[in-house]
Design a protein around this ligand. Structure first.
Ligand code: UDP
Length: 263
């Protein structure tokens, strides 16, 4: 499918139009940003790993009945997705207290929560993605009550599935961010809510079960080093990265020679 006009460029991804108005190309960049763009860097290879990890996770969720925007990964950095009208909300799901939750409420870092905690943030960089309540969402028509009911249910189901996927490979799913959109389903002639964006170490906090080593973007946020090695470790444990591949030896600016395992 031919790549056409760039229609959106975010911090870590670019969206391109295709010849089909309902299908977009999602391109994963190597750019890493934190603290609302105050900290920026290129992390070579990150886009390739996130593309593959997110494809794996979204396909696994899809196998379990979760509707997603993903059609298929087409190359090392790109995937075809259904065009969706994205809700202007970041849906945060937490299992263990850390990050902004501990800062905001003074909860002890690392506390296991009694039940998954759902939070909503407004997607607005200028305002620093403020936390909002369901009442704000309904009042300002950012989503309907029915949409939120369905999304909350989907988020809890996704959390259950992801907890299982990561527990099986010795990783604690601490928290993560989801985005949802509405797409037109041609076959059923109706709009439906789909999971959009990506699920990767950029959007999740993942701690090694035994050592609590961080295997996610906190390595970048907190200057812990070895970012790409951590993302590679997640891919390797998920079984989608050949053991022998040493990503450091790969020049990601050249044509990539890594062969990911087929699912
Ligand atoms: N998160 C994200 N994008 C954002 C904000 C948060 O992917 O714009 C993810 C983050 O990686 C973490 C979870 O959402 O897994 C909760 O993030 P938190 O609110 O603690 O954010 P912080 O302010 O600590 O980045």
């Amino acid at each position: 499918m031919n790549k056409r006009k760039k229609i959106y460029e975010g911090k870590a991804k670019i969206l391109y139009e295709t010849s089909d108005k309902n299908i977009l190309i999602q391109h994963f960049k190597d750019d890493a940003t934190a603290y609302n763009n105050l900290k920026k860097a290129k992390v070579e290879g990150k886009g390739v790993l996130n593309n593959r990890i997110s494809e794996y996770i979204l396909s696994s969720l899809s196998d379990c009945g979760i509707k997603t925007h993903l059609i298929k990964r087409t190359n090392m950095r790109e995937q075809l997705i259904h065009k969706a009208e994205i809700f202007p909300i970041e849906f945060i799901i937490r299992n263990i207290a850390t990050g902004s939750l501990t800062k905001r409420l003074g909860v002890t870092e690392g506390t296991t929560l009694d039940r998954p905690l759902l939070e909503y943030c407004l997607k607005n960089d200028e305002l620093n993605d403020p936390i909002i309540s369901k009442e704000h969402i309904l009042n300002f028509n950012w989503a309907s009550e029915e949409d939120i009911k369905q999304i909350d249910k989907m988020s809890l189901r996704i959390n259950d599935l992801l907890l299982g996927i990561f527990r099986a490979i010795g990783i604690k799913l601490v928290d993560f961010k989801l985005e949802y959109g509405k797409t037109y389903n041609k076959n059923e002639d109706k709009y439906e809510i789909v999971l959009a964006d990506e699920i990767s170490p950029d959007t999740c906090r993942l701690w090694d079960v035994k050592t609590e080593k961080k295997l996610d973007k906190d390595r970048f946020r907190k200057d812990l080093g070895n970012i790409i090695e951590a993302y590679q470790e997640v891919a390797r444990r998920l079984g989608i990265m050949p053991e022998e591949t040493n990503i450091k030896e790969v020049n990601f600016n050249k044509k990539l020679s890594i062969k990911f395992k087929k699912r």
